[in-house]
Design a protein around this ligand. Structure first.
Ligand code: IYR
Length: 222
């Protein structure tokens, strides 16, 4: 068993309470501007920006620090086209056969359907994978803990990082997503978690007129 090894918490910064308040309020205001966008411009985006956003995602906490995530950044038009084909095939099934009416009713306000042109228009798709377990050199399995939760946390940071950089994103979850393993040649210990579509919004992009629940509704004080 490995012995724990410790070092000083040198990265921590304490702020005076007033500054703490300002930071919390201004970060909230910044994040409230974030909207999920489905209309993308085809303008290219700097690859180094995406690389830094993925670094941010990789800073998320994870079960037993296993960091059970993998991000595939797709910009190749041919691969994007194949992903669109794979997704739309599943989405046709979803919208016309698989989805119960209750689910379709819940989605009505978003105006989504089986057509996913943004998978080709947007300059960048980030396919997020959960590594359910790691493989050792001799083919053994190392168990991962809270893998799905960990990847959810990393994806949240990724979305915030993309917003902070001045780009927009869409969390897209064609279901099932097994076609992503095939197209992106990911191994069997990786399961697709979601597709994050990233880019600039199209000129005149529209978003659903929906609102966020107030803090009183999403939290309680004990
Ligand atoms: N995967 C489908 C349906 C869909 C499901 C949920 I839950 C959403 O919040 C939005 C869409 C699609 O992408 O259209």
């Amino acid at each position: 068993m490995a012995e724990p090894k410790f070092m000083p918490l040198s990265s921590y910064r304490e702020y005076p309470v007033e500054e703490m308040r300002e930071r919390a309020a201004s970060f909230n205001a910044e994040m409230q501007r974030r909207r999920t966008v489905r209309h993308f411009a085809d303008r290219p985006i700097p690859p180094d920006v995406i690389e830094n956003c993925i670094r941010t995602a990789g800073s998320a906490p994870s079960g037993a620090n296993m960091q059970p995530w993998h991000f595939v950044v797709v910009s190749d038009p041919d691969v994007k086209r194949r992903i669109r084909e794979g997704a739309e095939k599943e989405e046709v099934e979803f919208y016309h056969k698989r989805a119960p009416q209750e689910w379709l009713d819940a989605l009505a306000a978003l105006g989504t359907d089986e057509h996913k042109p943004f998978l080709e228009t947007a300059p960048c798709l980030i396919a997020v994978f959960v590594k359910s377990y790691a493989l050792t050199a001799d083919g053994g399995r190392i168990k991962h803990y809270y893998a799905t939760e960990s990847v959810g946390l990393a994806t949240g940071l990724l979305i915030a990082a993309v917003h902070n950089a001045g780009l927009v994103s869409l969390t897209h979850t064609p279901s099932p997503m097994g076609f992503l393993n095939e197209i992106l040649a990911r191994p069997e210990n990786e399961r697709p978690f979601l597709l994050l579509v990233v880019g600039y919004p199209a000129k005149g992009a529209l978003v659903p007129d929906i609102s966020r629940k107030p803090v009183e509704e999403i939290s309680s004080l004990v």
